[in-house]
Design a protein around this ligand. Structure first.
Ligand SMILES: [Fe+2]
Length: 194
């Protein structure tokens, strides 16, 4: 039986059970043309946030930042989002906003813009990107113009989005050990909306 995105039933533990079951199942697919699965990428990115002593919100944002990729491949339940041709960061942010606070959701919404910003202000950052990430940059709009840089820096979460993006880039290492999903349960429970 295919496991699909969880629905809110009023119980936090049940929601996390269902969320983790879905991430384990749907996340078994490979992430774009990287050498890791979506789940491995999520776990590596979240562990990097944890080791950097990020806030609980920052750790959960790292864990769930690419959930839009999974939602886009859902057979049902996201038709309203997909019908508007939204990108994965916006699909993920809109879905997550029902369950998590802005400190989790907004860096996720901005993490592709953060990549464009980093590529614009830091040439070394661009050189360090994976080949797949360099290719996707072009489809994401390429480097920013001056007005786009200024607009990005007006977002309250732009700094958190940049930090998330930098962790995102480091979380694609084939064969690297990452802690299990369950180790992130306390952080997810703590930041879930009541
Ligand atoms: Fe990512």
């Amino acid at each position: 039986m295919r496991i699909t995105a969880p629905q809110w039933t009023g119980a936090k533990e049940k929601f996390v059970d269902d969320l983790f079951a879905w991430l384990s199942s749907a996340g078994a697919a490979h992430y774009d043309d990287e050498q890791v699965t979506q789940l491995q990428h999520a776990l590596q990115t979240a562990e990097i946030a944890r080791q950097a002593q990020a806030s609980e919100q920052g750790i959960v944002a790292a864990l769930l930042h690419d959930i839009g990729h999974l939602l886009i491949h859902e057979p049902q339940g996201t038709d309203d989002l997909l019908g508007r041709n939204l990108q994965h960061e916006e699909v993920g942010a809109q879905w997550l906003a029902s369950f998590f606070p802005p400190e989790v959701v907004e860096p996720i919404r901005l993490h592709v813009l953060a990549k464009r910003w980093l590529c614009t202000v830091d040439e070394a950052y661009w050189h360090g990107l994976s080949d797949a990430s360099k290719r996707s940059l072009l489809m994401q709009g390429g480097r920013m113009c001056g007005a786009e840089i200024m607009a990005f820096q007006t977002h309250a979460s732009w700094g958190r989005a940049v930090a998330l993006r930098q962790r995102d880039d480091l979380g694609k290492q084939p064969g690297k050990h990452a802690p299990c999903l369950e180790s992130f349960r306390p952080a997810v429970l703590q930041v879930l909306k009541a």
